[in-house]
Write a protein that binds this ligand. Structure first.
Ligand SMILES: [Zn+2]
Length: 184
């Protein structure tokens, strides 16, 4: 299952790299990326808030504002992208019930490649499918795996290093990290 690190970093970095929105918008709407996991506490995990209907409110706002208020529309559009990214990632990691509560079936795509360290042999698993009901919740959920701790560490070094360097170059002034790209 993708952890909060993967759900946060992957869409955030894509939105910034593809210049879909300025950093200010990408960061302000970032919490939407974790919203589908509310159903861990409320209702049925991977169903109650992990379905396509959760996209509708922000999608509607984007559509409504896109001509008259493009700046507000951008916030709604990016929020929709965050929500959609969560659903897609969860589909590849256990599955979601995309049309809950209308259709109580999990949709999943189990895809992985393993390499035998002794023989070099490759083992590809490609298993898309559906099953009735929500996915099983494991007893011990890996909230942070070693790989994700590594991603966080690299991100922290990059952010702190870059901001520190800019702060030093600007003679002790706080870098306009969020505002500088705004007009670009
Ligand atoms: Zn999730």
């Amino acid at each position: 299952m993708p952890s909060f690190v993967v759900h946060g970093l992957i869409p955030l970095l894509l939105i910034l790299a593809l210049r879909l929105a300025p950093p200010k918008v990408a960061l302000a709407t970032l919490p939407f990326t974790w919203l589908p996991d509310l159903d861990f506490w409320l209702g049925i995990h991977r169903a109650t808030t992990s379905n396509v209907f959760i996209l509708l409110p922000t999608l509607y706002l984007w559509w409504r504002w896109r001509e008259a208020e493009p700046q507000r529309a951008q916030y709604a559009g990016i929020a929709t992208l965050y929500l959609a990214s969560h659903l897609i990632m969860d589909m590849f990691a256990g599955g979601i019930v995309p049309f809950w509560p209308l259709w109580d079936y999990t949709v999943f795509w189990h895809f992985l490649i393993r390499i035998n360290t002794q023989t070099g042999e490759r083992d590809v698993t490609n298993d898309p499918g559906t099953h009735e009901g929500a996915p099983q919740v494991v007893e011990w959920f890996t909230w942070l795996s070693p790989v994700e701790a590594a991603m966080l560490a690299v991100t922290a070094v990059a952010v702190v290093g870059t901001l520190g360097w800019r702060w030093y170059r600007q003679g002790g002034q706080l870098p306009g990290f969020l505002a500088s790209e705004d007009e670009g």
